[in-house]
Design a protein around this ligand. Sequence first.
Ligand code: ATP
Length: 575
Amino acid sequence: MRFEELTEYFKRLEATTKRLEMFDILSEAFSKAEKTDIAKTVYLLQEELLPPFFNVQLGIADRIVEKAISDAYGVNLETVKSENKKVGDLGEVSEKYNKTNKKSTMSVTEVYDDIFKLSSISGEGSVEGKISALSLLLKKISPLESRYLIRFIMGKLRLGVGEATIMEALSKAKTGSRNFKSELERAFNLCSDLGHVAEVFYDKGDSGIKKFHVEVMRPIRPALAERLPDAEEIIKRLGKCAVDQKFDGFRAQVHKDGDDVKVFSRNLEDITHFMPEIVDAVKKLKHKKMIFDGEALTYDEDTNTLYPFQITIQRKRKHNIEEVSESFPLRLFVFDIMLLDEQDLMQDSYRKRRDIVDKTFEEESTISKSKFIITDSAAELTKFFEDTVGSGLEGVVAKKLDAPYSAGARNFNWIKIKRSYKSQLNDTIDIVILGYFRGKGMRADFGIGAVLGGVYNKSKDIFETITKVGSGFSENQFKELRKMLDDVKVPHKPARVESIMVPDVWVAPAYVITVKADEITRSPMHTCGMEKGVGYALRFPRAVSFIRTDKRVEDVNTSKEIIEMFKNQKRVELK
Ligand code: ATP
């Protein structure tokens, strides 16, 4: 496919306010793509050069783009800068000064490869190098292409296309039906690389997708836990189950291939460099190939106790990692294993996988393991929960004994209960920011008084509104928030957002915050779980976190979870 054709689709995607239309546009675009450019098309739509675990960053600043536009189109640099100030979108600026009326002939692959080269220019003279490479590319493309190319390299494409919609559209484009989406999803959950999945699908068809299995160094999308209010509910649902200590640290998925070790975060970023002591310990394990799952925490060797999460998270902000790992070493508590040498354990029961964990790892070492019980008694589960919480941990995770590893899924194979769950809605809720309202009174000075927050409706792949949050932010956070949100503002409601409320400014779903509320109530103003004109809303919400960089927008709470929480809350009230 030619890049220009793809940008025509971008234009249509940008204009749509309906998810179904978005799906149709994507299916049409995918039906035009070849096997040689489908992966790159998917990455461009996902607004990334490669999935996060490749750690490829473009790092193209405004000044580089401004100079490249100025050089490419022979426009005075000051003029470009002032135009950028005026419209706040260098994509539009580039389109305006690109006066060519020649049709561009570059393919998606050629443009993608040129962008990739830009990302690899580093070291001394890299600014000049990037400017000249970018201006060369700008000269070869049409005005519309330059609009989207610039937005892409600046991380501001904001088409708002979700993974689920991409998979559904790929299925439709290749097989004529949406039904193959679940197979694509299975493959995606095993490798976390949608471009790669699309390429195999185009190259080898459905049989290629059906053969997908886990591979070392390709992160598996992590299994997630559902929640239930108490031990009785858990036993009612799982019967005899394993109950595991729950630690509050970094989720760490470890891959080992001989001396090669990589650690991936919950978000599937490569966090190997944060954890030198874990990497060293993993290298010493005798198995050649391994993939296992655990939680890494800072612990005090002298007292043999764990430090609070705040100490563990500090490591992400420090540059002197080696020193920090000496003074605040990490311990990894392994709780699952997905591959051991030639054995793919994904479909094996939790019981079998846990037996392997127990045989493979020691207790009191850097690579440690969680403690657990197996029980069918609610009283015993409650006692283990209380002892665990009493020892300073966060809670427990109950695990279904005969369940496979549920890559990329939140379901009742794992059920968490945390300390705070005991009184309902002490639990926090993660929401995605969908827009903001300009403030009144003092808030008017910041130009923002509240944000519109939404949750994720997974089956429809859309965001539904649940609340308006105006408290919990400091003055500085409000100011920063305004800046960050203006950077992702969009001219109309994004296609994957369903809302009755209309904020003063719509933003692309990009940022997650955690809020606390007093209660979940029914409301006709919010679209979360809406049926017959009545949805669900949060009463008295307040932010308890600033932007959560560890969560993607699809990781916020789902509408289904909110409805569950609402039911549980009701039940507790009746007691
Ligand atoms: P989630 O990760 O489920 O979206 P969250 O970020 O709010 O939500 P929690 O509610 O604290 O996280 O619980 C889930 C997380 O608990 C897992 O992602 C994992 O990192 C962590 N965890 C700690 N101990 C365990 C364990 N023994 N088994 C499974 N997960 C555990």
